[in-house]
Design a protein around this ligand. Structure first.
Ligand code: GLV
Ligand code: GLV
Length: 323
């Protein structure tokens, strides 16, 4: 008998077929929304593998219902939706999908930076509304990207990929990270600073750090006040890292110039969220890694790790190696 696994959403057919070769698969496929909690609690009871997304909360109470579970394979690089400690205590492997999405996410981060700096969405709306009367000297003027200073909070793989893009725009790059990355400094000519200096010196601040209890509300009112009034804040990591009430006030009052968010504290963000009423906020629906090729690679990588773990092999990207 093949081992049983549960897949919490429809994933590409070819990837599902891969899993079906090795496992008996059940899938939440009623609609493209997260599986309801009661269904997940029921489905997890007899499976050895869970293939899940960042929209699924895999907490201790859920794991308690899964006595046979060996692996939670998250189709995302971020895994703040999973209680890794609780999984480790139960001997359950947890895997994520780094590397395959690095360049795609750095592309989106830089695209959002440019769109925010040059007010692309506001300009496009302006034209479509029929407001475009004439070319005008200061109409829809933004901030320069080329030659400016970029501060990166979180120098992981995506941070490094962002540096490579910034270098093409002759940007001066500062970074803050829990641990200093001297090799990266040498390779790219970037400078390590503390948070205060980074916030004070940067024209663009990009948040690329994982979401943990330590990074919750990392950027709040005090941090926003340290930034330049012409500065732009970009977050393509996780919503809870930037305090949304503080950001709303900073954007409304001109404490900073603009922000670009691909992530929110509560997703999906509701259309009447106060932030969405501001013209200097560019908002995207969590699409950092959303290229066709990358999403297929992420789906495949998550499937391979699920299958490896179930077959007793060590998956490539175990986030709890001491399990
Ligand atoms: C997306 O946000 C991911 O963590 O992969
Ligand atoms: C985060 O996990 C990264 O790859 O930067």
């Amino acid at each position: 008998m093949k081992p049983k696994v549960y897949v919490t959403r429809q994933i590409p057919d070819e990837v599902l077929a891969m899993i079906r070769q090795a496992c008996e698969v059940r899938v939440w496929s009623e609609s493209d929304v997260p599986v309801p909690r009661d269904v997940l609690e029921r489905e997890i009871a007899d499976v050895e593998g869970l293939y899940c997304l960042l929209t699924d909360q895999v907490d201790e109470a859920l794991l308690e219902r899964a006595p046979r579970l060996k692996i939670v394979s998250n189709m995302a690089v971020g895994y703040n939706n999973i209680d890794v400690e609780a999984a480790t205590r139960r001997g359950i492997m947890v895997t994520n999908t780094p590397d395959v999405l690095t360049e795609t996410t750095a592309d989106l981060t830089f695209a959002l930076l440019m769109a925010t700096a040059r007010r692309l969405l506001e300009a496009s709306d302006y034209l479509r509304r029929g407001d475009w009367q004439t070319w005008s000297p200061m109409l829809l003027t933004g901030q320069d990207v080329f030659g400016s200073t970029l501060g990166i909070i979180g120098m992981g793989r995506i941070g490094e990929a962002l540096v490579r893009r910034a270098k093409g725009f002759n940007m001066n790059v500062l970074y803050y990270n829990r641990t200093r990355k001297e090799k990266t400094e040498e390779a790219y000519g970037i400078r390590y600073t503390d948070m205060n200096e980074l916030l004070r010196m940067s024209d663009f601040v990009c948040v690329l750090t994982p979401y943990t209890p330590q990074t919750h509300d990392l950027i709040g009112a005090a941090e926003l006040r340290r930034m330049k009034p012409t500065a732009v804040l970009i977050n393509t990591s996780r919503g809870g890292i930037v305090n949304e009430d503080a950001l709303y006030e900073a954007l409304r009052d001109g404490t900073i110039w603009a922000a670009g968010l691909d992530v929110f504290e509560r997703e999906p963000v509701v259309p009447d969220h106060p932030l969405l009423t501001l013209p200097n906020l560019v908002s995207l629906p969590h699409i950092g890694s959303a290229s066709v090729a990358t999403r297929i690679q992420m789906a495949r990588l998550a499937a391979n790790q699920l299958i490896d773990a179930i077959n007793g092999h060590r998956p490539a990207h175990l986030v709890n190696p001491n399990v």
